[in-house]
Structure formats: C-alpha cells, structure tokens
Design a protein around this ligand. Structure first.
Ligand code: 5GP
Ligand code: ZN
Length: 112
C-alpha cells in the first residue's frame, strides 16, 4: 500500500520518533507549525476518524493515553496544547492514515 505513514511505521521512511509501543507511533511533523508539533498514529492503517470501527475502540483509547505520554514527554502537559485530526477535503486532510496533530510550545489562537 502506498501510504507514507505505513512506510514510516515500517521504517522505510525515516522519522524522528518521540514515542512508540506495539500499537502506536509518535514522531515529529516534517513541517512543524509550532515549537512542538508531533503526529501520533495507530500502526494499523485506518484512513481517518470516519473509518474507525467498533473493533478499534480499544486501540483509540490506547492512542489517547499515548497522546498524554507524548505531551508529558514533550514537556507541554503543564502549559497546555491542542490535538487535531483533519478529515476529508474541508478538514484539509492530506495524508490518508489516521493521525493526531499534537501542537504546543507557544500560545495558540483559535480563529481559523
Ligand atoms: P494532514 O494535513 O493530513 O492533517 O497532516 C499531514 C501532516 O503530515 C502534515 O502536517 C505534514 O507536514 C506531515 N507529513 C507529511 N509527510 C511527512 C513525512 O514524510 N514525515 C513526517 N514526519 N511528516 C510528514
Ligand atoms: Zn497507512
């Protein structure tokens, strides 16, 4: 399958890893929009939030706990941060493998 993030999971494309376990990988975004910009993904190929199935419930919970670990690892749990997952054209999703942007390290604005 021609998926950039599956290739990152397999180590075929290098990444700067922040956290890894059996089910989840977190790595620095190649084009950061803030001092901290980490992508957290399931190792399983899921296209977007819309494609999460009943059988993935445990995986999604696990991924949320991994997001906590990443925030602590990056030292932004105290200052706060934002988690975003983009879906489809209006969401401007560009990589079709479920991923959560964890963004922080500076004051964020909300207006888009
Ligand atoms: P999306 O726009 O789909 O929500 O987010 C995709 C993100 O993946 C973008 O922020 C983009 O910078 C990042 N990205 C795309 N290709 C690569 C890559 O090869 N390595 C890393 N580390 N990030 C990538
Ligand atoms: Zn994939």
């Amino acid at each position: 399958m021609d998926c950039i993030f599956c290739k990152i999971v397999k180590g075929e494309i290098p990444s700067k890893k922040v956290y890894e376990d059996e089910y989840v990988l977190a790595f620095h975004d190649i084009n950061p929009i803030a001092p901290v910009h980490v992508l957290t993904i399931p190792k399983k190929h899921i296209v977007s939030l819309l494609d999460i199935k009943q059988e993935d419930k445990e995986l999604v919970g696990h991924l949320h706990l991994a997001l906590q670990k990443v925030a602590k690892e990056m030292g932004i749990d105290g200052s706060g941060f934002r988690v975003i997952t983009n879906i489809g054209p209006h969401g401007q999703q560009t990589v079709f493998h479920l991923h959560y942007h964890l963004i922080g390290g500076r004051q964020l604005e909300w207006k888009m």
